[in-house]
Design a protein around this ligand. Structure first.
Ligand code: FES
Length: 342
């Protein structure tokens, strides 16, 4: 009942909270920062595991987890969440802008100090004079990472406010402010087999996760499906070669593929053998992410998504599925909402 108090246990720490508060609010009241960003149910940063208790998940429940920014306490409850780096804001400068394929850039930012993030998380970048954009840092294709350097894969959209300005108004030496990291789609140290899927520059977080898994969890089963709208967008051939040389099963697909080296199916159509033991990560075009989410959900697999463009959350998701598939023209389509991202 609203107005009454309850005991809220967060990662083993007990605090007193108001019934009716969201989990994020309740935690903050006890001086615990529950990771969050949008607070509107979109970014997934606040997804927490419910151990026990009375929580109204507001339709956000998924495999024992709920969104902390929407779910409210109805009585005593206990939750846990994975530790993540604290959110900070650090300045940096664009160091290099490199073409990696027609229409795709690798932007390298040298930070004033080390910026800590987990593979699969995203950050908010503000290039001086331009509005903020969310990007996923990635691992260099040549694997020569430096701890005070952030690297992004960026697709240029001709009429976009930010991406069209790289090598125009945004050049090496341009000031940038980075805030983050955010997001729930980061790699965990788990034994379960993993499927990674991406389209377009959604490859950035997926590649970071893959490298982290190959180097840090070498016995973990890993499969990947990498898509691009057209073969021209397959800027990551070098990375795919590296992964295959280490035994990773990588399927590559594009709408104009040859059907052999580069398949032509939609990425989600290539998913096979998924079980509830699998952990699936997906990033890229929203139609791709949502289709993959549905395949994962049907198999009972654990699913983590690139947070960009994830449409409505679970409360209305089941109703969305059929309309989503009926609207699905191409999983390779660029996002209509904001041409700067992914
Ligand atoms: S903070 Fe809850 S979904 Fe973004």
């Amino acid at each position: 009942m609203s107005g009454s108090r309850c005991t809220f246990t967060v990662n083993g720490e007990e605090i007193q909270a108001n019934v009716g508060d969201t989990l994020v609010e309740a935690a903050l009241g006890g001086r615990i920062v529950l990771p969050h960003d949008c607070c509107t149910g979109t970014c997934e940063t606040c997804r927490v595991r419910v151990v026990s208790g009375e929580i109204d998940d507001i339709g956000t429940a998924e495999k024992g987890t709920v969104l902390g920014c929407l779910s409210v306490l109805q009585g005593d409850a206990e939750i846990t969440f994975d530790p993540v780096p604290l959110v900070s804001t650090i300045k940096g400068k664009v160091e290099t802008i490199r073409d990696i394929s027609p229409g795709y850039l690798e932007v390298r930012v040298r930070m004033e100090k080390k910026f800590t993030w987990l593979a699969g998380q995203y950050i908010r970048a503000t290039f001086a004079g331009f509005p903020s954009r969310d990007y996923s840092p990635t691992t260099p294709l040549a694997l020569d990472a430096e701890e005070d350097v952030l690297l992004f894969h960026i697709k240029i959209y001709p009429n976009s406010i930010v991406s069209s300005q790289f090598n125009n108004k945004i050049k090496p030496g341009h000031d940038v402010k980075i805030k983050g990291p955010f997001g729930n789609g980061f790699i965990r140290n788990q034994p379960e087999p993993m499927l990674l899927t991406s389209t377009g520059t959604g490859f950035a977080p997926i590649w970071a996760i893959a490298v982290s898994a190959v180097l840090g969890q070498p016995s973990r089963e890993l499969k990947m499906i990498v898509g691009a709208r057209e073969t021209e967008g397959l800027y990551m051939k070098e990375a795919i070669r590296w992964l295959r040389n280490r035994g990773v099963d990588v399927l590559v697909t594009a709408s104009d593929g040859d059907g052999a080296q580069v398949l032509t199916e939609r990425p989600y159509e290539l998913i096979q053998g998924l079980t509830e033991d699998h952990v699936v990560y997906s990033a890229g075009a929203p139609s791709h992410v949502e289709a993959t989410r549905q395949v994962a959900r049907m198999a009972g697999a654990t699913f983590y998504a690139d947070p960009f463009f994830v449409a409505e959350k679970s409360s209305s998701l089941s109703g969305l599925v059929s309309s989503f598939f009926s609207k699905l023209k191409s999983p390779f389509s660029p996002p209509p909402q904001d041409p700067d991202q992914n």
